[in-house]
Design a protein around this ligand. Structure first.
Ligand SMILES: [Cu+2]
Length: 368
């Protein structure tokens, strides 16, 4: 795909619509359709090609040590005066948008990367936000920016699709949106500023046609497994027996009237141990309930949900309790490049830090 110039095309196309699809609610639907198109093109070469998602919260503490950033995968930091990526599947790549240059990566802390966003903060967004506009701000200002900025080089520019990390990162952002959608009473929540004024479900997906994204509206990409959006995530619950077309059969002609009913009751994020420990902490710290409303509804965890260590090892483990780290702030130039409201960004950053303080000051022990 690199030799075919696909990365150049995707970088150019992303750059062309940059202002419409960042800082607006079109952020989620555009990137869903965009990453899928990349996958579709890959499948013309290898029918089994998929873009895996990169759950970057697992690496939040020491991102540069991520297995994704090793020689056998995406490779590490750029090398030499031009910070050229020199190992991994993209080692030695030259890309041509916006001009001919080696693919660059330049970690934001020398040879390491400043901490990303703890999973607990993301779980809180997925559980607590009840409109799309608020959820989009939370995700775009936190985990989305942190990974782009942490890697640096091409990754921190509007032509970030030059680097394969972009697709894996946005697949994860898409997965978080999907997790959030699953916890709402309808998957069609769409409000706030859109690409063309107030966000509306019948808005077209912004595109410059360097990469053809079809004629679908925002509404047509809202539900995985319908219309052109033929994929799901591994954590997807089994579909009900009467699900049109069954679990893996893609039903392009299904109408929205046939959609399964989304229950609002599922807890939609995190690993089981994280969620069980959050439920345990909620009993002791009532202030946490505002951050994890869905966990609060479920009550304290059962014994089986928390694999209780023996008393001795529990003491050890409390002694070793690793504090959850504050995430790095987005840089000023990044905030300016996206036209974000700097005060709003800071307000949400402080909110995340307050949650981290609450968790650190209580009995909660992060599994990450
Ligand atoms: Cu983007």
């Amino acid at each position: 795909m690199h030799q075919d110039g696909q990365f150049d095309r995707f970088a150019k196309s992303h750059d062309a619509v940059f202002d419409q699809v960042h800082g607006t609610s079109a952020f989620f639907p555009f990137h869903r359709r965009f990453v899928l198109e990349f996958e579709n093109i890959g499948r013309q070469i290898d029918p089994d090609f998929v873009v895996p998602y990169w759950d970057s919260t697992r690496d939040y503490r020491r991102p540069a040590d991520s297995p994704i950033l090793r020689g056998g995968t995406l490779g590490g930091n750029g090398q030499g005066p031009d910070a050229c990526v020199s190992d991994g599947i993209q080692g030695g790549w030259v890309v041509s948008f916006p001009n001919r240059h080696c693919l660059q990566r330049s970690f934001n802390q020398g040879n390491s990367i400043m901490p990303w966003i703890p999973a607990e903060v993301i779980s809180s967004f997925v559980q607590g936000d009840d409109d799309l506009a608020g959820f989009r701000e939370h995700i775009e200002f936190s985990i989305h920016g942190a990974v782009h900025l942490g890697l640096g080089g091409d990754a921190s520019t509007p032509f970030a699709p030059n680097d394969f990390f972009f697709y894996m990162h946005h697949a994860n952002i898409d997965r978080l949106w999907w997790l959030w959608q699953n916890g709402q009473n309808t998957p069609f929540k769409y409000n706030g500023p859109g690409a063309f004024g107030e966000a509306r479900l019948d808005d077209p997906i912004p595109q410059d046609h360097t990469v053809e994204l079809g004629h679908g509206s925002v509404k047509s990409v809202m539900v995985l497994g319908y219309n052109d959006i033929c994929y799901s995530y591994d954590s997807a619950p089994a579909p009900p027996n009467d699900y049109p077309g069954g679990s893996n059969t893609k039903s392009a002609n299904t109408t929205f009237a046939e959609l399964p009913i989304f229950s609002g009751s599922s807890v939609a994020a995190g690993n089981p141990l994280e969620l069980a420990r959050i439920r345990k902490a909620l009993n002791e710290q009532h202030m946490l309930r505002d951050y994890f409303p869905r966990s609060a509804l479920l009550g304290p965890p059962t014994r089986e949900e928390i694999a209780e260590p023996s008393d001795v090892s529990r003491c050890e483990c409390l002694k070793k309790k690793a504090r959850i780290l504050y995430p790095a702030r987005m840089s000023e130039s990044w905030i300016r490049m996206h036209g974000f409201n700097a005060e709003r960004v800071e307000q949400l950053y402080q909110e995340a830090c307050r949650l981290i303080d609450l968790l650190n000051n209580g009995t909660y022990i992060s599994p990450y």
